[in-house]
Design a protein around this ligand. Structure first.
Ligand code: GLC
Ligand code: CA
Length: 573
């Protein structure tokens, strides 16, 4: 693999609205990010992904952009953005913005012009179609619920396409003029010194417009036509054009939100000449210990999670780098998602990030993950503000769940859990704002906050700092990035283990989701007594030394270990 600057990425994702408010309006802002840059640097991150900060009516918290070339006043100004880029650079941190180019806001000037003249220049920036039989052009379902078509106000029989909310009309990527415009926008941003972009909903750009009705997947007659709207043949032409014209000239890091990468497409998507630098590995985003199929069974879910992680790595097979993460703004918190209530303890919450942090790829942490921020279940749906969360609730009711059952599902799953304000300290509103926060702070902030953990050397925050420092240690970093991956102990239930190996190092990573001790013969991990005796313990979640003797390692409940194997055998690849 040809070396690139971004291979060393340890990223930190910021949801600006909930990160740090500096002017008392209850909404996080760019000055807030600047204020907290030291904390991000202390964690050891070298890239920040900033969720959208462009002007927006905020129907989807910025994922509905009304002007691609400016900053929303609630976040600050262009000057603030430039200041952030410069100050981050001083700390060795590059900024990624979030390019939302599958759709714009319905308030974007382009769409407003398109509505006035659907058959004119800007009409061709969007997807307008005549309805059929008194209804929409076909029965596609929007990803956020309901029909994917909305009637154009004041027109007899005309509709526009929206794969997300109706305030997010899809852009027409078949139109070369639109593509050119997006490339120009990217180039202008890159000129300000950005590190690159995270690319929102990017696998949806191309649609299969055959307009046939598809077999309904629900009582409303609609169909979520994924194979017609995701990863459709021809998509890569658009993506390669973007890369060539917009990203390549400035050597940008691009990470695609690209779901369901097919094995045969790996090369074309993230290979050396692929469309993106990397794509997020979503293998684990379908796991939640409180989904009906797991019903609180942490162990069963963990085994499946492990198999899928390894499967994803096997498919990629060193041809590119996946982006490994556990949390983002679209998922609830990992402690609540992966661990049943009785399984949450100081050991298990430290073990979780170790499961995928040392796999081949680049890594991303999400704001608040480093202090173990938690879900904030609500007593009633009125306390949720996210439209898709409400749509999901309605879907549950339609499927026959009682309101209590539906609320339980939302409480154990809603993406809004990860959007509660960042808990900086124990003062009112967790130090997030002096005003009224736009979304309620989790009341646990009085004990669960950044300041308290910073003072406590045994805290989760310090564990995460250690985690990053191990990964970035100069003599180990290349092994973690380019080294071979050898899954270990795969048939042991509750154990996720692997070795990373190159000519310099052999590093063994072992994590356990077992609530009891487990004795492992070292030979099974291809690690002999000699290797262990001369090994270096890089990371552990117990205070006392790991228990290995006489060719056996006794893993303690929820233990995780990262060990650099010693001895002469190191170096044989
Ligand atoms: C992506 C974003 C999500 C957003 C959606 C529509 O999935 O991550 O937050 O709602 O796209 O833009
Ligand atoms: Ca503010």
């Amino acid at each position: 693999m040809k070396k690139q600057w971004w291979h060393r990425t340890v990223g930190y994702q910021i949801y600006p609205k909930s990160f740090q408010d500096t002017n008392g309006d209850g909404i996080g802002d760019l000055q807030g990010v600047i204020r907290r840059l030291d904390k991000i640097a202390a964690l050891g991150a070298n890239v920040i992904w900033l969720c959208p900060v462009f002007p927006s009516p905020m129907v989807d918290n910025g994922y509905d952009v009304s002007d691609y070339m400016d900053i929303d006043p609630c976040f600050g100004s262009m000057e603030d953005m430039k200041e952030l880029i410069a100050k981050a650079k001083e700390k060795g941190i590059r900024i990624l913005m979030d390019l939302v180019a599958n759709h714009s806001s319905d308030q974007h000037e382009w769409f407003q012009k398109a509505l006035r003249d659907p058959y004119g220049k800007y009409g061709n920036y969007y997807v307008f179609r005549e309805g059929r039989a008194g209804g929409p052009p076909n029965n596609w379902r929007s990803i956020f619920g309901g029909s994917a078509w909305e009637k154009v106000p004041g027109r007899e029989n005309l509709y526009y396409l929206h794969l997300f909310t109706k305030q997010q009309p899809d852009l027409n990527w078949e139109n070369p003029e639109l593509r050119e415009e997006i490339c120009r926008i990217i180039r202008e941003w890159m000129e300000l010194g950005l590190g690159g972009f995270r690319l929102d909903a990017i696998s949806h750009l191309k649609k299969n417009y055959d307009y046939e009705d598809l077999p309904a997947d629900g009582p409303d007659g609609l169909c979520l036509a994924f194979d017609h709207i995701n990863n459709v043949k021809g998509l890569s032409d658009f993506l390669l054009e973007l890369k060539e014209k917009a990203f390549a000239p400035s050597d940008a890091l691009t990470i695609g939100e690209y779901d369901n990468m097919k094995p045969e497409d790996v090369e074309a998507v993230i290979g050396e000449n692929g469309s993106f630098s990397s794509v997020f590995d979503f293998s684990h985003t379908h796991h939640n210990v409180y989904y009906p199929e797991w019903n609180g069974d942490t162990l069963g879910m963990f085994n499946d999670y492990r198999d899928r992680l390894f499967e994803a790595q096997k498919v990629v097979d060193g041809r590119g780098l996946l982006c490994n993460f556990l949390e983002n703004h679209d998922k609830n918190r990992c402690i609540d998602r992966f661990l049943a209530k009785e399984d949450r303890n100081p050991h298990s919450i430290r073990m979780l990030p170790v499961t995928n942090f040392f796999l081949p790829g680049i890594v991303f942490l999400y704001q608040g993950q480093e202090i173990g921020m938690r879900d904030f279940p609500k007593k009633s749906m009125d306390e949720y503000v996210d439209a898709p969360t409400h749509a999901e609730y309605e879907e549950f009711l339609k499927k026959g769940l009682t309101p209590e059952e539906a609320l339980f599902r939302i409480n154990s799953n809603s993406r809004e859990h990860s959007r509660t304000p960042m808990q900086w300290d124990g003062s009112e509103n967790a130090g997030f704002t002096t005003g009224t926060p736009w979304f309620a702070v989790n009341p646990n902030y009085t004990w669960l906050n950044y300041e308290a953990q910073e003072k406590d050397p045994d805290s989760l925050l310090h564990f995460y700092r250690k985690l990053v420092s191990v990964r970035r240690r100069p003599d180990l970093e290349e092994t973690f990035i380019y080294g071979r991956l050898i899954p270990r102990l795969q048939d042991r239930s509750g154990i996720l283990a692997y070795e990373r190996r190159d000519e310099r190092n052999r590093i063994l990573v072992v994590t356990s989701a077992l609530s009891e001790e487990m004795r492992l013969p070292l030979a099974e991990a291809d690690a002999t007594e000699a290797l262990m005796n001369e090994s270096e313990l890089l990371l552990d979640n117990y205070e006392t030394a790991p228990l290995f003797e006489k060719g056996e390692l006794t893993l303690r409940p929820w233990e995780c270990l990262v060990i650099r194997l010693g001895g002469k055998e190191r170096g044989t690849d």
